[in-house]
Design a protein around this ligand. Sequence first.
Ligand code: TYD
Length: 221
Amino acid sequence: MQGVFITIEGVEGSGKSTQLLHLSERLRRLGLPLVVTKEPGGTALGREIRRLLLERHGSGETWCAEAELLLFYADRAQHLETVIRPALAEGKVVLVDRFEDSTRAYQGASGVAESSLDRLSELVLRGLRPHLTIMLDMDPETSLQRVEVRNLSLGAEFAETRFDEAELDFHRRVRNRFLAIAQNHPNRVALIPARDPVDQVEAAIWLRVAPLLRNAGFGVD
Ligand code: TYD
C-alpha cells in the first residue's frame, strides 16, 4: 500500500502547532503507522540548516533571498530523501508541519521569482505532491498578536514581541500567497478558517483527513 502524504500550512500564530498535535494524537490512538515531521529541520542535518536559517548570526549578517531559498530546499531535499519518500514507500501516514507551499508563500513574498521556485521545486520534489494540505487561514493582525503574547509570556530572548508595519505587510503578502495557492489547487488544499474555536477547527480538519485515510485503505470512523 502506498502511504498518505499530508502537510499542514499557515501563517505564524494560526494555531498550526496545536492542530498538528491534536491530529497526530488522534491518528496515533487509531493505531495508524505514522511519521510526524517538520520543515525546516526534519532531519539531523536539517536541524543544522534550521539553526542557520532561523537564529540570528553573531555578525549581524543575514541571508540574501537566494541563499535562504537554497537552504530551505537543501533541507527539503534531505528530508524527502531520508524521511518522507521512505515512509511513503512503507505505506505510512506522513504528516509534515510546513512544506513546499511555505516556500512559495514566504520566499515568494520576499521577492523570489516564480520561475526560480518552479525550477527548484522540479529538481527537489520530482513531481511528488501532498495528497492533502491543511491550510489554516487567519488575518495576520490577529495571528501576529497571538505570537506577540506568546513570546512575551515565554520571555523569549530573541523572539519578537512587537511586529512593525513592514513585518505586518510581509505577513499579509504571505497570507495572500497561501490563499492564491488554495484557490489554484482546490482538490489538494483544504482551506480552513483558523479563528474559529480550537474544537471546531479540529473537526473541520478531520472532515478532510478521514475520507482520505479511508480511501487509502485505513480503517477510520
Ligand atoms: P517555525 O519555528 O517552524 O515556525 P512555525 O511555528 O510558524 O511553523 O519556523 C519556520 C519559519 O520558517 C516560519 O517563519 C516560516 C519559515 N519558512 C519559510 O520561510 N520557508 C519555508 O520553505 C519553510 C518550510 C518555512
